[in-house]
Design a protein around this ligand. Structure first.
Ligand SMILES: [Cu+2]
Length: 411
């Protein structure tokens, strides 16, 4: 045997050990907060309350404040927030190894966010009490006292009239972002400047401050933002390794960039199920597993983990849109084989045909979210023209859908 043969075998052996080590042994599945059992939810609340008592909320709020100016409005926004939520989850797992951060699929609540079940007493609670310093008085975080950056109660100040919130972006926009974003940073902007922002802005209080991780809403919201990124990563093979754009220091964003405070590379958080990223999502099939189920998916309608069933009268098909609108906003509808990760709402049926409209007249035109206010733009160091372009594009998608008789199944 020649020397390089031996070297090759040794290298192969070392490589297989490394990749073995990187694979997670225990993977927790993050579920939709509305789908988890009451026992599971009781346990999550128990762990989160223990973390609160032990000062972990102060700690995570401080990490977010310290990193703030470098991790918003640039590519590392997605990897950094993946990492901070995962680190929070890992701390939770020291209290209970099955702990996971559920996600709040907030886009589904776009029209009237304040009436979401997620804000009920048994879940996250509602608005702060205006008469009492905007302190949150219901939900499992009621009467929390926080000490970072200084002693205060947990605050929420909803941004609408009479305890309401201004509308958010509907699932149709998220689905369109997954299908039309040109590269990683285009996708990051589409998400950060729309659905990410409106949820923070809707809550106000802690959620519009630098120390937003004080509210557990931050974690369920960022679990969802991360879910949407994971969907995009698994919508096709190139997305799963795509990272581009410009960092805050004007340098080109690289997978080898080291993220501050945690001191790990962007690369190390890029793939779920590897390294420390030992979690998955209940509604995402990893792209490498997709090929095996693809055939069966193609022969029948795809309603993968959808809340709406095929026979539901509430089901509306994106295929009612004209070919030019489909090409512009939902190009994946034209693909030979549909990847369910390209949709954050029910995918259309096969064969392609128009579903007839039902006669319910309770469907309304989707409300169009506002541009984010200037203080929010400045706080994050966003560029006004960038916000106008990205948010403007999402707003015109909604108005074009409205004016073409599309009615959202979620409203
Ligand atoms: Cu943040």
């Amino acid at each position: 045997m020649k020397v390089y043969h031996i070297l090759f075998i040794v290298a192969l052996f070392v490589f297989s050990i490394v990749s073995e080590e990187q694979k997670c042994e225990n993977v927790v599945v993050r579920k939709n907060i509305l789908d988890i059992s009451s026992d599971e939810w009781e346990n999550i609340k128990r762990v989160v309350n223990l973390m609160y008592q032990d000062g972990w909320f102060d700690k995570f709020a401080k990490i977010h404040v310290d990193a703030f100016k470098n991790v918003h409005g640039c590519p590392v926004f997605l990897p950094f927030h993946r990492l901070i939520t995962r680190k929070f989850e890992m701390v939770g797992q020291t209290y209970d190894k099955n702990f996971f951060i559920p996600y709040w699929d907030s886009a589904k609540d776009f029209a009237k966010p304040e009436s979401s079940k997620v804000l009920n007493e048994q879940y996250l609670g509602g608005n702060g009490n205006k008469e009492n310093g905007s302190c949150v008085e219901n939900g499992f975080q009621a009467s929390w006292k926080l000490s970072y950056p200084s002693e205060h109660c947990l605050k929420r100040v909803f941004n609408g009239e009479n305890n309401s919130m201004k509308p958010w972006f509907p699932p149709e926009t998220i689905t369109s972002f997954i299908q039309t974003s040109k590269n990683f940073d285009d996708f990051r902007q589409n998400i950060e400047l729309t659905i990410h922002g409106v949820v923070h802005l809707g809550f106000g209080g802690e959620m519009t401050s630098f120390h937003s991780p004080n509210d557990f809403v931050f974690m369920v919201h960022h679990s969802n933002i991360d879910r949407i990124w994971t969907k995009w990563q698994n919508a096709n093979t190139t997305n799963s390794v795509m990272y581009d754009g410009t960092n805050k220091n004007s340098e080109k964003a690289m997978l080898s960039d080291i993220m501050e405070y945690f001191n790990v590379s962007v690369q190390s958080v890029f793939t779920l199920g590897q390294g420390d990223m030992c979690y998955s999502y209940d509604d995402i099939i990893p792209i490498n597993k997709l090929n095996t189920v693809e055939k069966s998916l193609n022969t029948r309608p795809i309603f993968y983990k959808s809340r709406l069933s095929e026979n539901s009268t509430e089901y509306r098909n994106l295929n009612i849109l004209s070919k030019s609108l489909r090409n512009k906003y939902f190009p994946a509808l034209e693909y030979e084989s549909l990847n369910p990760n390209s949709f954050d709402m029910p995918a259309p049926t096969f064969p392609k045909q128009m579903n007839s409209f039902d006669k319910r007249n309770s469907y309304k035109e989707m409300p169009i979210p506002e541009f984010p206010p200037l203080p929010w733009i400045n706080m994050h160091g966003y560029k006004v023209n960038e916000v106008e372009r990205v948010v403007g594009r999402a707003r015109s998608l909604i108005s074009e859908l409205n004016s073409n008789n599309y009615r959202s199944p979620y409203y």
